[in-house]
Design a protein around this ligand. Structure first.
Ligand code: NAD
Length: 244
């Protein structure tokens, strides 16, 4: 029970890495609060669930007012906009920053005060922000907006880590390689040649396969638990060796 007595909120917990993380954290004894914009996706999770659109500061504040102080917060929500700098639209650029980066600011405004109280009581609290290996640590084609946002997540995380390093509140960024999730399947299906698109995603993974969500959750558990209490401000790669 690596997360016994921990209260952990996860955004975008309806599917993919967020859902797998919610299940893994609960299995390690955490009281998990699983949230997603689409609350129908939260069905079947054996834990407290709430609809939460992380682009709404009002909805975030309303939920925070109902919840206890958190030991852990995993800001997982994010999405991929395709395109080079020549074809990314203003809408996709702005919405990428709105969802992938500013939602983290909104969540921090609402929950960091309670996490600081909790780290004062318990000695440690952990903030985990979802970045990515792709296009922030290593460049990939057609990811101008996505790469810019995920690099921004790493910068934001380091700034938070520096601000609170003496308080017991730690902040780290998670940088997965390509993970087999519903949105990845959707991007493969939406491509002009889905068979080739899947081969291309696998080809950029030197281990010859996509990550499963269960390849990512051990790092989530480590970073949200006190096992990582001497780790802060890091961009933690779980990428199957892409960046060797
Ligand atoms: P996914 O993209 O399949 O699911 C995303 C979830 O986010 C959905 O349940 C959706 O309802 C929810 N969501 C969308 N907008 C929301 C909003 N405004 N508020 C709250 N929830 C919202 O899941 P995934 O592929 O595991 O991606 C999750 C995160 O992991 C994203 O930040 C993504 O950038 C990052 N990531 C994914 C991969 C990958 O290969 N899948 C790799 C690196 C990083």
């Amino acid at each position: 029970m690596r997360l016994a007595n921990k209260t952990i909120l996860i955004t975008a917990a309806g599917q993919g890495i967020g859902r797998a993380s919610a299940i893994a954290c609960a299995a390690q004894g955490a009281k998990v609060i699983a949230t997603d914009r689409d609350d129908s996706l939260l069905a079947g999770l054996d834990m407290e669930t709430h609809a939460l659109d992380v682009t709404s500061q009002a909805d975030i504040a309303a939920l925070a007012a109902k919840l206890p102080d958190l030991d852990g917060l995993f800001n997982c929500a994010g999405y991929v906009a395709n395109g080079t700098v020549l074809d990314v639209t203003d809408h996709d650029w702005d919405f990428s920053f709105e969802l992938n980066v500013k939602s983290m600011l909104r969540m921090c405004r609402a929950f960091v005060p309670g996490m600081l109280r909790q780290s004062g009581r318990a000695g440690t609290a952990s903030l985990l922000n979802m970045a990515s290996m792709a296009s922030s640590i290593k460049g990939f084609p057609n990811r101008a907006a996505y790469g810019a946002t995920k690099a921004a997540v790493i910068g934001l995380t380091k700034a938070i880590a520096a601000d609170y390093v003496t308080t017991g509140l730690r902040a780290n960024a998670l940088c997965p390689g390509t993970v087999d999730t519903p949105s990845l399947r959707g991007r493969i299906a939406a491509s002009s040649d889905p068979v080739q698109a899947e081969k291309d995603f696998i080809a950029r993974q030197p281990m010859g396969r996509l990550a499963l969500t269960d390849d990512i959750t051990p790092m989530v558990l480590f970073l949200l638990s006190d096992e990582s209490k001497f780790v802060s401000g890091q961009a933690c790669l779980v990428d199957g060796g892409v960046t060797i």
